[in-house]
Design a protein around this ligand. Sequence first.
Ligand code: ADP
Ligand code: GN1
Ligand code: MG
Length: 364
Amino acid sequence: MRADFVHGTTYGSGHINDTYCVSFDQAGLLRLRYIFQRINTRVFKTPVELMENISRVTRHSLQRLQEEGNPESWRRTLTCIPAIDGKAYAVDPQGGYWRVYPFIERATGHDELETNEQAFQAAKAFGNFQKLAAGLGGKRLHETIPDFHNTPKRLEALREAIEADICNRAAGVKQEIAFALSREADCRRVTDLIASGGIPERVTHNDTKLNNVLLDDVTAEGVCVIDLDTTMPGSALYDFGDMVRTAATNKKEDDTNISSLAVRLDRFEALVQGYMAAGESFLNPNEIGNLAFSGKLLTLECGIRFLTDYLKGDVYFKIKRNDHNMDRCRNQFAFVAAMEKEMREMERIVAAQAGIGVNQMAVA
Ligand code: ADP
Ligand code: GN1
Ligand code: MG
């Protein structure tokens, strides 16, 4: 980069990496912003393989966008800015792994939605991302976090954390523990379907929370899917489910006012429409039949992860206050309970969109 440093500041509301927005300019004229990120190597233990995945996926995306003649291809995908040695990352003297992306301008990653159109566009963008990734040739991507969405293993990790109870916190959260443990059969449904071949392995994003897609500030169109650290083999249900978790609720993930937490069925419908607009061509009947259930599953799984992290002393997710992980856990479990009440309606919405009978859905 042949420009002078102007300003740098921490940026965004991600829970994992250290993210900075950094500005440079030339002769005081051309100002460009970049995202500098230090990869969280406690979470991602193989950063070199991780960056190999991201380089492959982003190069493939750019090539496809350019082939299609997209006039703003550089804004539609992350692109890795190489270090002086040509690698997609640089290692600092303390052993920190850093990467740099151009800042995607005039677009925002939302923690909360304002309109159904935004939900539609976000889901369509994640669906298109998956479609694009399906065309990635070559060897299987590295698993940057093994068993990331293996919900039975997540439940097992919770059991181990309860057993160890290293912070003496288990006695204070008995209700939440009971909530999780009583849903063991739900935890197994998708992994069982994958094991039996009923659901195929795909290249998926695996972290499709709403703020991981940037929506155009003017048109609301899904401009760019970001946070590609977990892009690896997975299930389409993980991607759809995590969108539902963050976009079909009327509360932010850590909102403590959960007595009024509810499923936004209108938002859910917009997500189904957006995702099917891209995904109808490739989703199989088992995937379609479990789309509604996947929202409940991914929310349950995330709640289990927050609870586990709380019991282990808040070592994984960044927290901003005491009990932050428990606030998140209670919020997620309240959303699971709300979806259990609305599951038939959610299934009806998917069936109507897919043009199939509601009895073909996997009623939870
Ligand atoms: P984390 O894994 O910690 O969630 P992300 O990769 O999602 O990290 O980045 C954190 C935040 O930084 C995002 O939610 C988004 O607001 C912002 N961000 C990341 N990459 C870009 C980019 N290339 N352009 C603009 N904003 C970005
Ligand atoms: C983390 O990286 P970020 O903030 O987008 C987490 C997700 C969780 C999410 C909960 C690598 O997402 O799995 O669903 O927090 N990412 C990783 O908000 O663990
Ligand atoms: Mg993120």
